[in-house]
Design a protein. Structure first.
Length: 111
């Protein structure tokens, strides 16, 4: 069903309002002159690592170590990504290169 002009404008205004509210709300709730609550400081420290952990578990959930290729491409790609990250300390490079290596392995090596 195609939308008419009024519906499109309403949708665009709703999206704009939602974006403005979500960007401004943290500054309204936690102004600069107030101390940041301890639980938010704690979450700021632990959530990045926890998010990466969840993503790793999610990405590896379907790997079978009992059937060929026994999770070998995934293990090699993960080890390569970790080693490259420790060496270069560049998240984008590590993830990108690990992804490229994994795709090369599953497309050409472990066929």
């Amino acid at each position: 069903m195609p939308l008419n002009t009024i519906q499109i404008i309403i949708i665009m205004l709703t999206i704009a309002l939602g974006t403005i509210v979500t960007r401004a709300l943290p500054f309204i709730i936690f102004p600069a002159h107030k101390k940041t609550p301890a639980y938010l400081l704690y979450l700021g420290k632990v959530l990045p690592s926890a998010s990466i952990g969840f993503l790793v578990v999610y990405c590896l959930q379907g790997v079978s170590v009992t059937a060929p290729p026994y999770g070998l491409p995934e293990a090699i790609a993960v080890l390569f990504t970790v080693a490259l990250h420790y060496w270069k300390n560049n998240t984008l490079l590590s993830i990108g290169a690990g992804t490229v290596l994994f795709m090369i392995m599953v497309q050409f090596v472990f066929v």
